[in-house]
Design a protein around this ligand. Structure first.
Ligand code: LFR
Length: 481
């Protein structure tokens, strides 16, 4: 009898339920449910609709019953950073304000009055980003202290969904590291830091590692779904799950987890919290089995997703990069890590303003705007590769682009062009695969992560990017060799 495992993988723009199993030594996947997700404006804040998300989680689980393929376990992963607070009656306090919300404006400076930026990085090695949980919690302390005072539990998004399924609360390590409140060496909450910031210590629970059981469906869920199932912890931070699915065991390989965000880096066994690393703004996120993801957060496909919404035609992503290709004569670039692109009212305006302020030609057409984003992203990837090489002292030969964004052939070609590395694309569903791999590791289907990665490498399409697919020839001048 086949053992099925269900990954519920929710990103900032869509969620999916994917069943995974092994067959003839290979991992197989089937997507059984998909839904959209987006930030909604509520009470003047950008919020996640948790009731809708939970309803969609349940809808997808119901599909297993319809298909008569009940999973052995279920694991939920989502984006990092965001959280909800529960009161003593286990009710949500306030809204699930999303990381792009502007309530954190100026909170970095407030936090640095208590602990300076260098010391903060030395403790947790987490890249400075205004979206980090630490700044949201501090915003709450300043703006809605009554919520923090009434809070009994701090749960990150997957933990809240797990709680709704099982009635059990468990905090998970990989996602907790994205709060910037976990000490990089002890891998536990940084109680001293939490104290210094005046945040209530009692809301943060024990940290559990991936593969831990959360619990079985609650009685109410069992009744609603018509079956019971064990909910387990994968790396609940989606990037943690995605990087587990890198189809290689070569520790020198660079990964680029490409989705709403682009996360580019390497896996390491020792965190680097030095001042040099801070100045490069690399992060050391906690990973599966005591690994660290040494990477940089880059704005990613969010910029294309936002432009796509803004443009009058509902372009497919293929059409978007075709437009970008047409605009390839346009050479202005923007800093794709800049905060001005986090949640602008209009992405195209934000890009135009950036070009104007930096005294570059301002893009006029959709093609020019798009190429500006593509070109800027790929150039940023190349800079990150150079910085990584400077930090590690090694020459990294291969880049593995994983996740939905790896289907963008144009971006892959530009990445290969600028980085001068061998670029491999796939697997597309890396996050769900990593989630399922953690569940299979728990079930003993793999002995360790290297074995899981070997199976992943032979199970899914991984294509070497063809440097010659696109010529960047403009006006008969071959600008790209
Ligand atoms: C990717 C991701 C990144 C995190 C960002 C915000 O989906 O999880 O790792 O920095 O979303 O949570």
């Amino acid at each position: 009898m086949t053992d099925y495992y269900l990954a519920v993988d929710i990103g900032a723009s869509s969620g999916r339920h994917i069943l995974g199993w092994q067959e003839n030594g290979k991992m197989r996947l089937e997507e059984i449910y998909r839904f959209t997700n987006e930030l909604e404006n509520k009470n003047n804040h950008l919020c996640w609709n948790m009731e809708r998300l939970f309803a969609e989680v349940v809808n997808g689980i119901k599909k297993c019953k319809e298909l008569n393929r009940l999973p052995k376990s279920i694991g939920i992963d989502t984006w990092g950073v965001d959280f909800v607070l529960l009161d003593e009656n286990m009710q949500m306090l306030g809204d699930a304000v999303g990381y792009r919300d502007s309530r954190t404006a100026g909170m970095d400076e407030e936090v640095y009055k208590i602990i300076d930026e260098k010391q903060l990085y030395a403790r947790n090695g987490i890249q400075k980003m205004i979206i980090n949980t630490i700044y949201h919690l501090y915003a709450l302390k300043k703006q809605q202290p009554e919520l923090l005072a009434a809070a009994k539990h701090f749960l990150m998004i997957p933990e809240y969904l797990n709680y709704r399924l099982t009635n059990v609360i468990k905090n998970e390590y990989t996602n907790a590291t994205t709060t910037q409140l976990v000490n990089a060496d002890t891998r536990d909450w940084d109680w001293e830091l939490i104290d210094m910031l005046g945040l209530p210590k009692n809301i943060f629970g024990k940290l559990y590692m991936p593969k831990e059981t959360v619990g079985n469906f609650s009685e109410a869920m069992k009744k609603q779904l018509g079956f019971s199932c064990e909910v387990v912890l994968p790396a609940t931070h989606d990037t943690g799950s995605a990087v587990m699915a890198v189809p290689s065991n070569n520790e020198d390989d660079i990964y680029l987890s490409s989705g709403t965000w682009s996360l580019m880096g390497i896996e390491r066994l020792i965190p680097d919290c030095t001042e040099k690393s801070r100045l490069h703004n690399f992060t050391n996120e906690g990973g599966y089995h005591h690994r660290y993801r040494y990477l940089k957060n880059i704005m990613g496909m969010w910029m294309m997703q936002s432009l796509r919404k803004e443009f009058k035609h509902a372009y497919t992503f293929e059409e978007l990069f075709t437009l970008a290709y047409i605009g390839r004569y346009f050479k202005s670039t923007v800093d794709v890590t800049a905060d001005c692109f986090l949640a602008p009212a209009s992405m195209s305006e934000a890009i135009r303003n950036y070009c104007q302020q930096t005294k570059q030609p301002v893009p006029q057409t959709e093609g020019e705007i798009l190429f500006c984003v593509y070109n800027s992203l790929a150039k940023c990837y190349s800079d990150v590769v150079q910085e990584l090489e400077e930090m590690t002292g090694s020459c990294h030969k291969d880049i593995h682009v994983i996740g939905g964004g790896c289907q963008d052939r144009f971006l892959n070609a530009l990445t290969a062009f600028y980085t001068k590395k061998d670029v491999y694309a796939g697997p597309v569903e890396a996050t769900a695969i990593g989630n399922i791999a953690a569940q299979m590791l728990k079930a003993g289907e793999f002995s360790d992560l290297p074995e899981a990665r070997r199976v992943i490498a032979k199970s899914f399409a991984v294509k070497k990017v063809n440097n010659n697919e696109f010529s960047f020839e403009v006006n008969n001048i071959r600008s790209v060799g």
